[in-house]
Design a protein around this ligand. Structure first.
Ligand code: AP5
Ligand code: MG
Length: 389
């Protein structure tokens, strides 16, 4: 997840830069100014309370700000993170933001401050006032907004300097130049955050071998729940013995066990660039579990890839493999193979459909040699990394 706050005096260009940032990085935009103007336009109770304060250029009370932010943020955004414009604006609001981030199991990556001298602010806002229709874009109110900024908002910077996440940008440069300065900062932030891939495909599509090779190639941690369960059995751990018993009775391994193993894997993985998940999530329930697990680590899914192979080819491949020493116990009869394909169809395809709607799924042609398919997927991952950074 990427959470950024844009800071700066009135007219610094926060709104202007926000427009491209939200699109480029798929961020959920929270501008307290815009939210307040919406409340005023709707003549709501909060809007009416805020109206005269905004018209005079003062700051709206923190209580009102908390209410409008809570209302917005609890709507699940399905984005890569949040972009805050014009919030936090008081020392108290800095603490409020900390609380919100904790509630969402995440944290603010950085506060980017656009520095612009007062006279430039005034000049820009008077110019904007010619067309904006904003009641506060006139000189007397602008001067008051700047006074409020100096008195109450500037001290907030110390909070973020102390936290070590304050970054200053020269806001007097052209819109494009400021844009470039911010992009550089965010690229750097993103290179520190995890890149997480979910790899889908029917049994026999090559997702296991491709997943392992891709993880090596991109320096990611490979997380495959099947082999993780097998390892527990091999190591004869308490969990392993439980799993074995379930297998012998032909029962499914409950989510609780799978979750514990993944949690341990995530916690043990230090200094890594991200994960490739294979064979998980397999059900809709597990898709929610994965979101929760990643959130807990302040992260989220970055890319979803589906390896596409026609059914007849899948059966052919699994049947061929069953005749070799690479035969898996679950592939040693046609009925077992068909059952696994059906399982994928009924339980996992709905998960892929959900992701298609939420994040978009990249479909990759799984026909051809191992290397050909690998190249195709690797190219998609490179594009994915580029588009995010
Ligand atoms: P809000 O809407 O946040 O206003 P603001 O902080 O005064 O900032 P502006 O929107 O005026 O400026 P901006 O930095 O977005 O600049 P823009 O990109 O438009 O808040 C309004 C009021 O709501 C506050 O006064 C307060 O009462 C209340 N409020 C809001 N949040 C609150 C909170 N958290 N707590 C309490 N009260 C709160 O650019 C300005 C102009 O400059 C544009 O015309 C643009 O085209 C131009 N421009 C932009 N960049 C450049 C550039 N690089 N070079 C040349 N021109 C540029
Ligand atoms: Mg603005």
């Amino acid at each position: 997840m990427l959470n950024v706050a844009l800071f700066g005096p009135p007219g610094a260009g926060k709104g202007t830069q926000s427009e491209f940032l939200t699109k480029k990085y798929n961020l959920f935009y929270i501008s307290t100014g815009d939210l307040l103007r919406k409340e005023m336009a709707g003549k709501t109770k909060l809007g009416l309370e805020a109206q005269s304060i905004i018209a005079s250029g003062g700051l709206v009370p923190d209580e009102i700000i908390v209410q409008i932010i809570e209302k917005t943020i609890t709507d699940n955004p399905g984005s890569n993170g949040f972009l805050f414009d014009g919030f936090p604006r008081t020392y108290i609001q800095a603490y409020i933001l900390e609380g919100l981030m904790i509630k969402l199991h995440t944290s603010l990556n950085c506060l980017i401050s656009l520095s612009v001298p007062e006279e430039e602010s005034v000049k820009r806002l008077l110019n904007r006032g010619l067309t904006s229709g904003r009641s506060d874009d006139n000189e007397a109110v602008i001067r008051n907004r700047l006074r409020e900024y100096n008195d109450k908002t500037l001290p907030v910077l110390q909070f973020y300097k102390d936290k070590g996440i304050y970054i200053e940008v020269d806001g007097t440069k052209s819109i494009e130049n400021v844009h470039d300065q911010i992009t550089q900062i965010i690229s750097h932030e993103l290179s520190k955050s995890l890149f997480n891939i979910v790899l889908f495909g029917y049994p026999g599509s090559g997702r296991g071998s491709q997943g392992k090779a891709l993880a090596r190639h991109f320096g990611l941690e490979y997380v495959a729940t099947g082999p993780m369960l097998d390892q527990e059995i091999k190591d004869d751990t308490e969990t392993g013995r439980k799993i074995n018993e379930l297998y012998e009775n032909g029962q499914l391994v409950p989510d609780e066990i799978v979750v514990q193993l993944i949690e341990k894997k995530l916690a043990d993985s230090k200094d890594i660039k991200g994960f490739i998940f294979k064979g998980f999530p397999r059900t809709l329930v597990q898709s929610y579990i994965l979101d929760g697990l990643l959130r807990k680590h302040g992260s989220s899914i970055s890319q979803i890839i589906e390896i596409d192979v026609p059914t007849l080819e899948l059966i052919n491949r699994l049947d061929e493999r069953s005749k070799t020493d690479r035969c898996m116990p679950y592939d040693n009869s046609t009925s077992k193979i068909v059952k696994r394909l059906q399982e994928h169809e009924t339980k996992t395809v709905p998960v892929i459909d959900k992701y298609k709607q939420l994040h978009g799924v990249t479909k990759v042609d799984g026909l051809g040699s191992f290397d050909e398919v690998f190249q195709r997927i690797a190219e998609e991952i490179e594009n994915g990394i580029k588009s995010l950074r």
